[in-house]
Design a protein around this ligand. Structure first.
Ligand SMILES: [Zn+2]
Length: 462
């Protein structure tokens, strides 16, 4: 008996991806940050059913009950040819259902748009990776089976939304043999920007640092505050100084190339790549303003501020948790230096705690895979260029880039998207994707895999 999911091999890549995406959304693999959440095993089972009869055997790892990942490798014919991994996470972040116009876990299609948590981050890509992988082995409507020269790896991984402890980090430390590759595609890219669309491709991501400021004051009676050293008041001044502090503006070659592709007013474009004028341009570019700032600065955001326990007691202690995102090349010592400079004379009442630090990671655009991505985009948007971007948040790409493996966030979305809307839906209410984008992305990925792993390029591993 054929199951529903295996029956769809006779339909188009786009229809298969749509149907599989609905199933993945309905699996509700919600990762709330606790080890017992996620339940990615549900999606592993769905994918096993999807691959049934395709002749592809996967390996399942489950480092914690329920936190499973599935990895399938299609061996290439030529050991000297480079391999390509498609790495998609299967977990999603929680929802606040009251903010949604539709059921976040139904996977409904309304007027050509598929709604649900994970529709864009990144179950759409994970589903497309599975569909492309199966079509390589078994074909699909309009697509013949194909024997790759280099290995193709499909990895459906757990726990990306909470640091990848039970996903790619665990696999890197314990089963690198399963997921290792010469090149990687993962989230998140594909949003058009500008009038002659440039298509965003993530070539790297910022690093993360965490610090807690501990502020010392002097406790006292709340009825007589004059002359007191209220730790809450000192913390408030620290927050104010941090919010006004400017870390150095860094105009990288990647940022220049991105801005050039945006097709903005010439004056604004010029300001965006001039460290002395960039702050004049930020308010003029709408939803892209905070992204432009984050792309060119190490950012410091005081996100958790605590002081005081009782109404009539002047707090003697306060803490401020800082979410710090660092640019390439910025070190943990640089971060402490920025904080000392920002806080100035307040440092006599403040100590830093915590030394969380993960550096930024970035991949070269001078690779044969990057060229193939550009060609794939131009099949959908003739004349379009790739816009290399640095993600402000983290993805599984960093575990590869840190080992020197180029990893790109790639997709192709329809013209109804812009980068501002795309970012808003990540972890936001009413996450959704249009069916046209699903088709554009899966067909682009199918092209990339066949082109990159085919005979034509004659690539060799170095
Ligand atoms: Zn994601």
């Amino acid at each position: 008996m054929e199951s529903t999911l295996s029956r769809i091999t006779r339909s188009s890549l786009a229809d298969q991806t749509t149907e599989l995406l609905q199933a993945l959304i309905q699996n509700r693999c919600v990762n709330d940050g606790t080890p017992d959440s996620g339940h990615e095993i549900r999606t592993v089972r769905t994918l096993q059913e999807f691959f049934e009869g395709s002749g592809l055997d996967g390996v399942v790892v489950e480092p914690h009950p329920g936190r499973a990942s599935l990895i399938i490798r299609i061996p290439g014919t030529d050991p000297a040819a480079p391999s390509l991994a498609l790495v998609g996470h299967t977990d999603v972040v929680p929802v606040e259902a009251s903010g949604w116009e539709r059921d976040p876990f139904a996977g409904e299609i309304v007027d050509g748009v598929l709604w649900g948590r994970g529709a864009i981050d990144m179950l759409n890509l994970t589903a497309a990776y599975a569909v492309v992988t199966r079509a390589i082995a078994r074909g699909a409507e309009g697509v013949a089976p194909f024997r790759p020269r280099g290995d193709l790896i499909f990895a459906a991984v757990a726990d990306e939304e909470s640091g990848s402890t039970f996903g790619v980090e665990w696999l890197t430390d314990n089963r690198l043999d399963l997921i290792d590759a010469d090149y990687v595609l993962t989230e998140s890219g594909g949003a058009p920007a500008g009038n002659q669309p440039g298509i965003g491709v993530m070539i790297g991501e910022k690093g993360v640092a965490g610090r807690t400021l501990r502020v010392k004051g002097t406790p006292g009676h709340g009825s007589a505050p004059w002359g007191s050293r209220n730790a809450g008041v000192i913390a408030a001044e620290a927050v104010r100084r941090l919010s006004r502090f400017q870390t150095p503006t860094v105009i990288s070659p990647q940022w220049r190339r991105y801005v050039a592709g945006l097709d903005l007013d010439e004056v604004v474009s010029g300001q965006l790549v001039d460290p002395h004028q960039i702050f004049e341009a930020l308010p003029k570019i709408g939803k892209l303003g905070n992204f432009a700032h984050a792309s060119t600065h190490t950012t410091i955001s005081p996100n958790v501020i605590r002081a005081g326990e009782k109404l009539n007691v002047i707090p003697g202690e306060a803490t401020v948790d800082l979410d710090i995102r660092v640019l390439p090349g910025v070190t943990s010592d640089d971060v402490d230096g920025y904080l000392r400079e920002a806080l100035g004379d307040l440092m006599s009442d403040i100590t830093f705690e915590g030394d969380i630090f993960g550096p930024s990671s970035i991949s070269s655009t001078e690779t044969p895979l990057f060229d193939v991505l550009g060609r794939a985009v131009r099949r959908a948007y003739p004349g379009a260029d790739l816009l290399p971007m640095l993600a402000a948040g983290g993805t599984d790409g960093r575990f590869y880039r840190r080992r020197g493996v180029p990893a790109y966030g790639f997709g192709v979305l329809s013209e109804r998207w812009d980068y501002g809307t795309f970012r808003q839906l990540f972890h936001g209410h009413n996450e959704r994707v249009d069916l046209e984008s699903i088709g554009l992305t899966v067909n682009a990925l199918d092209y990339v895999v066949r082109e990159f792993l085919g005979e034509g390029l004659g690539l060799r591993r170095d």
